[in-house]
Design a protein around this ligand. Structure first.
Ligand code: EPZ
Length: 417
C-alpha cells in the first residue's frame, strides 16, 4: 500500500487547475446506457471511482475506451443487466445503473450497496421512486431485482432531497410514458449537469436545480456528447489548502455560483476570496477566526467539505462548532486530527473544536475519501512530518493531489508503506 508524506509549514503559492467533477462524471457515464450508440464524455477525472464505473459498464457489455480524460462508450452490445456485489460494494454510485437499465431494458439486477464508513446509506428512496413509475422491485439475496414492462410517469415526493435518488429517477423518467414530477429533489450542480446532458440526448426535463423537476418521457434517446463540469469539492479542498497554510493561490475552474456557502464561511474566518481569470483567488490570513458550520443539502454547506473545514478550524482562534446533519458517521477524521494535537470534542452530531497554535505532524490513517483530504490539509499546516496511510481512499476522489500540491510549493510526496 502507499502513503503520502508531508513536511508541513509552507504557505502555498501559484495556481492549480481543478479536474472534472467525480460526482458529475459518474451519473453521466451511467446515463449513456439510456441510448444505443457511441457516447463521448470529456474532462473526466482520472480516479479510482471512474475506473470502477468503466469496469461496471464493460461488465454490462459496453465497450469503453479512455484517452486523455475522455471516455468513449459504445452501448450497442449491452447483454448483461447485473451490477455485481464486488463492484457495487467498491463504489456505491454503481446503484445509478438501476434507472437506466430499467428504463432501456425493462429489467435490472443490482447488488444492494451495503453501508460504508460514513453511514448506512440506504437506497429505499431510489426504490420507492422506481416503484412509483411502475417497476416491480424484489430483494433477492442482497440484490435488487427490478422489472417493468413499461415505466409510466408519476408524481414522486422524496422524504429527503437525495442526490443519487434524484439522479436515478431523472434517468428512469426520461424514458417513461407520460410526465413525471420530482418534488423535494436534490438541487446540486451535478443534478443540473445531468439534466442538461439528458436534454441534449433528447429528453424533456425542466426545473433541474430547483426542488421541483418536470420530466416528459420520450420513446428513445440519442448518445451523449458532453464535458464534465469542474469538481467543486476538489476546488473547495484547494481553497482550504491556501487558507490553512496562509498562502495565496489561484484555483482555476472554481466557480463562485457553486461555492456560495463555502465562500461565505471561509470569508467569515478571514480568508480573502475574489474571482479572477477563470477561477477564484484565495488568500489565507495571518490569523484565522473560528466559525460554526452546519452541513446541509445544496445550496447549504456541503457535507463533502465538512472534514476539510474542520482541519482548518483546528488552528483558528477561538472555538467552533461543526454539525453534520446529512450522514450519521462522518467524524472518522476527528481521532486522527486529535493525534496531531487537535482539541476536538464530539457531542452527538456535532464536534466542538478549540483552536490551537500549531498542529504537530504524526503518522495518521485515512478512513474515507474526505477524511483523507482533511488529514492532508492538516499535514500541510503542521510542524514536522505527517504520514497519511491507506491513501487508496484519497485516490477515489482526488486526481494526483500530491502532484498538484507540490506544484504549489508543498513538500509532499507519495511512497510505498
Ligand atoms: C452523493 O451521495 C455524493 N456521491 C456524496 O459524495 C455526497 O456526500 C452526497 O451525495 C450528499 O451530497 C455521489 O454523488 C457519487 P444522498 P448519495 O442520496 O447520492 C440518505 C463524496 O465524498 N438516503 O443525497 O449517496 C442517506 O443515507 C461522496 O464524493 C436515504 O435515507 O447521497 C444520507 O444520509 C460521499 N435513502 C442522505 O440521504 C435513500 O434512498 C443523503 O444521501 C437515499 C439517501
Amino acid at each position: 500500500m502507499e502513503k503520502i508524506v508531508i513536511n508541513g509549514g509552507i504557505p502555498l503559492r501559484g495556481e492549480v487547475q481543478v479536474s472534472g467533477a467525480k460526482n458529475s462524471a459518474l451519473p453521466l457515464l451511467f446515463a449513456t446506457l439510456l441510448a444505443d450508440g457511441v457516447s463521448e464524455i470529456s474532462n473526466v477525472p482520472d480516479l479510482r471511482d471512474i475506473n470502477t464505473a468503466n469496469k461496471l459498464l464493460r461488465e454490462l457489455g459496453a465497450e469503453v475506451a479512455t484517452e486523455s480524460h475522455c471516455c468513449r462508450i459504445n452501448t450497442e452490445k449491452i447483454q448483461n443487466i447485473e451490477a455485481p456485489y464486488d463492484l457495487v460494494k467498491t463504489m456505491r454510485a454503481s446503484v445509478l445503473v438501476l434507472g437506466p437499465l430499467l428504463a432501456r431494458f425493462g429489467q435490472a439486477r443490482v447488488s444492494l450497496p451495503g453501508g460504508c464508513a460514513i453511514g448506512a446509506r440506504p437506497i429505499n428512496l431510489h426504490l420507492k421512486g422506481l416503484e412509483a413509475l411502475g417497476a416491480t422491485i424484489q430483494l433477492d439475496h442482497g440484490y435488487v431485482e427490478a422489472t417493468a414492462d413499461k415505466l409510466r410517469g408519476a408524481r414522486i415526493l422524496f422524504d429527503i432531497p437525495t442526490v443519487g435518488g434524484t439522479e436515478n429517477l431523472l434517468m428512469a423518467a426520461s424514458l417513461a410514458e407520460g410526465e413525471t414530477v420530482l418534488e423535494n429533489a436534490a438541487r446540486e450542480p451535478e443534478i443540473v449537469q445531468l439534466a442538461d446532458a439528458l436534454n441534449s440526448m433528447g429528453a424533456i426535463i425542466e426545473g433541474a436545480g430547483t426542488a421541483i423537476i418536470h420530466i416528459k418521457g420520450v420513446s428513445s434517446l440519442k448518445p451523449l456528447k458532453c464535458q464534465v463540469i469542474p469538481d467543486r469539492i476538489e476546488a473547495g479542498t484547494f481553497m482550504i489548502a491556501a487558507a490553512i497554510t496562509g498562502g495565496n493561490i489561484l484555483v482555476r475552474g472554481a466557480e463562485r455560483k457553486d461555492q456560495e456557502a463555502l465562500i461565505s464561511k471561509l470569508t467569515e474566518t478571514g480568508v480573502k476570496i475574489q474571482p479572477e481569470a477563470d477561477g477564484l483567488r484565495v488568500i489565507g490570513p495571518k490569523k484565522l477566526s473560528s466559525v460554526d458550520i452546519r452541513t446541509s443539502v445544496f445550496p447549504g454547506f456541503p457535507t463533502d467539505m465538512q472534514a476539510q473545514f474542520m482541519a482548518l478550524m483546528t488552528k483558528a482562534e477561538g472555538t467552533s462548532r461543526i454539525s453534520e446533519t446529512v450522514f450519521e458517521n462522518r467524524f472518522m477524521h476527528v481521532c486522527e486530527l486529535q493525534r496531531m494535537g487537535a482539541d476536538i470534542q464530539i457531542d452527538g452530531h456535532s464536534a466542538i473544536i478549540r483552536g490551537i497554535k500549531k498542529m504537530l505532524g504524526a503518522p495518521v490513517m485515512a478512513t474515507d475519501l474526505r477524511a483523507s483530504a482533511s488529514l492532508i490539509l492538516a499535514g500541510l499546516a503542521a510542524e514536522n512530518t505527517t504520514e497519511v496511510s491507506r491513501i487508496y481512499h484519497l485516490d477515489r476522489g482526488y486526481e494526483k493531489i500530491e502532484i498538484k500540491l507540490a506544484a504549489l510549493g508543498a513538500r509532499i510526496w507519495r511512497e510505498q508503506e
